[in-house]
Design a protein. Structure first.
Length: 370
């Protein structure tokens, strides 16, 4: 008995199909897990993966499951039955929870992914960091030494994307010390962003993991650098394989990976915060080591605005509100943030209006947020 419903093997899947983040029926994961853990695991991952969870009910379910589910994932032995198409959303969107241990689910997912990969057709290409090897371990070098090979694994990297703006100059500068190869989805780069690297290898979305792994096997890179991990499924999977002795991740998605195959997190020193938030060794670089560039092909048009006091005098009958633009992707809108804005509006001695300009708010999502 799950109050106020009676569940059994015949209606459990119907319940899971109808249950959604804003459902007012209390979520009882311990009870549901006893029925059919495979079906229930799919439901729980779907609930965590949601991009838009602005209500207390939806946000609370994610908090509850992020605390409960990580230990239970160890009881599963395969990825085959899980909603793999949204696992990267679970990986990404847990960052927007409030729970202190919100990233713990990444460790559980990584363990499950690695076990599944090694049980299948994949294997590690390199061993762990072997920089301590003796000189006799290396073959005799004939002629001038070649540059070491660096393989950069990309997610979104078009010249309009924020990762290009934040990483492109630093990645291009690495060509002075390394032969820089990059691998990424054909649809996630463009002509401008390809020029950052010595060699760019494009892979197809459907076979990205297999192709990227094969490319690494041929290159045998000395270092692998993930510009970020979390936006695409194939980068999460690939990060759980050892492709090079030294594997690093950058600030393309600003959260720790909790992945045993990633050695270091490269981050500017003024952005580190608490090192305890990282599972990797934090590699601090100077604050200006990754200079930003403006987006390509953007024409800036200066805006001419009538001063606020002038507009206020023209509408003297009632005060104009002070309009505050809230620019954020929908993932960053949560009930605590909305409650804070409401409290600011309540306490303010002048009228305040918050105007939301949200990324990914389209179609039904926009109607829901309104």
């Amino acid at each position: 008995m799950v109050d106020p419903l009676t569940l059994n093997s015949h209606n459990l899947r119907l319940f899971c199909l109808c249950y959604f983040p804003d459902s007012q029926i209390a979520l009882q994961p311990d009870v549901l897990w006893q029925y059919d853990r495979r079906t229930v695991a799919r439901l729980f991952l779907a609930l965590i993966s949601g991009r838009t969870l602005p209500t207390s009910a939806a946000h609370g379910k994610r908090e509850q499951l992020l605390a409960w589910l990580p230990d239970r994932l160890a009881e599963l032995d395969s990825l085959d039955f899980l909603p793999t198409a949204v696992l990267h959303d679970v990986y990404m969107h847990c960052s927007y929870a409030d729970l202190t241990e919100k990233h713990r689910i990444k460790r559980s997912l990584n363990d499950l992914i690695r076990r599944s990969l090694l049980a299948g057709d994949f294997k590690d290409i390199a061993v762990g960091d072997n920089r301590g090897q003796t000189a006799t371990d290396a073959p005799e070098v004939q002629g001038p030494p070649k540059k070491p090979v660096l393989l950069v694994v990309l997610e979104w990297f078009t010249s309009q994307h924020s990762v290009y703006r934040t990483h492109s100059r630093a990645l291009a500068a690495l060509r002075g010390r390394f032969t820089v190869h990059a691998v990424g989805l054909t649809s996630a780069v463009d002509t401008v962003s390809r020029q950052v690297f010595d060699v760019f290898h494009e892979v197809d979305t459907a076979s990205a993991l297999q192709e990227a792994w094969a490319i690494a096997g041929k290159l045998r890179p000395d270092v692998v650098l993930y510009a970020g991990i979390g936006m695409f499924p194939f980068t999460i999977y690939l990060s759980n394989l050892r492709l090079a002795p030294l594997q690093l991740v950058g600030l393309g998605h600003g959260a720790s990976t909790f992945c045993g195959q990633i050695n270091g997190f490269v981050i500017e020193e003024d952005l580190v915060g608490e090192e305890s938030c990282f599972s990797e060794t934090v590699i601090r670089v100077p604050a200006d080591a990754m200079p930003f560039v403006p987006p390509a092909d953007v024409r800036r048009v200066p805006v001419t605005r009538t001063p606020f006091l002038t507009r206020q005098q023209a509408q003297w009958r009632e005060p104009l509100p002070v309009r505050v633009a809230v620019c954020a992707s929908v993932m960053k809108i949560n009930p605590n943030f909305l409650a804070t804005l409401a409290e600011i509006e309540r306490r303010s001695r002048v009228a305040v209006r918050f105007c939301f300009y949200m990324g990914f708010a389209q179609g039904l999502t926009l109607d829901y947020l309104r």
